[in-house]
Design a protein around this ligand. Sequence first.
Ligand code: MG
Length: 281
Amino acid sequence: MRLATLLVPGRGETVAAVSPDGARYLPLDGTGSLAERLAAPLPRVDADWETAPRISDVRFLPIIPRPGSLWCVGLNYEDHRLETGRAKADYPTLFTRFPASLIGHGEALARPSVSHQLDYEAELAVVIGRTARHVAEESALDYVAGYACFNDASVRDYQGHSSQFGPGKNFWRTGGFGPFLVTPDEVPDPQDLPIGTRLNGEVVQASHTSQMTYPVRELIAYLSRIHPLHPGDVIATGTPSGVGVARDPQLFMKPGDVVEVEIGSVGLLRNGVVDEAQADQ
Ligand code: MG
C-alpha cells in the first residue's frame, strides 16, 4: 500500500492512498494527519483507480509534514565514512531535523543565500507506526509503518562550523521527503534495496542498503532506549558514498538542477533546485 500527504485544491492537506503505479490518488475518509492515522489500523482501500483523480494535478507535501521527532543518522555507510575521512565510531552518529527543513516530492530545494555548498544525500527513511520503547532488535521492524525516499540535502560549510551537524542539516527547504510511504508488505527487507542519486540524469550515488553499518532494526532498538518513538516519527538512515563535497572537483547543487533519489521498491523522489529568494514561502 502506498500513502501520501497531498495539497489538494479546495481540500488543503489531504491524506491519500495512491495507486500501485503512482498515477492516481484517493483521499482517505476521516480526519487527522498521516502521523495521527498511523496510530490506528489503516483502512482497506478497494479503489477503482481508473476513475480516481490524477496525482499530477496536485502537489506533494512531505509524507509526514510535522514529525514529532525526525532522527538522522550520519556516516551509516562505511564507504561514505571513508570518503569523509571521519574516524570509526562505536555508536550511531545522530542529529535531528526540524519540520521547516522538509519539502515534498516535486517541490524545489532552496539553495541558501548564505552558502552555495548545497549537497545531495540519498537516504532510506523509516516511518514508525507503533509506539516503540526499549524494543529488541529482533522485533524492531514490527514497529515500522513504512519506508520512503529522503534527500538529506546538506549545507556543507555550515555542517562543518562546529562538531555538531545540526546547522548544516536544517536549512529551510533542504530535506526532500517522498513521494509515498510504502508499507512493509512491499518492502519485505529494508536491507535489500538498491539506493542511489542522479543529478541532472547522471548517476552520482549508487549503493545498496545492505551496506549500512547500523541496519534499520538496530537503529530502532537504539533510538527507542533514548525516548519513545511514536507513530509518524521518522528515521533517516544515512547516505552512501558519492556525495558532492567528497568529489574532486567538488560538486554542489545549483538553481536549475534536478536531483532524483531512487530506492528499489520504495520509489523515486525528484526535486528541482532554486535560489532561496525564489523558493515558495
Ligand atoms: Mg545524511
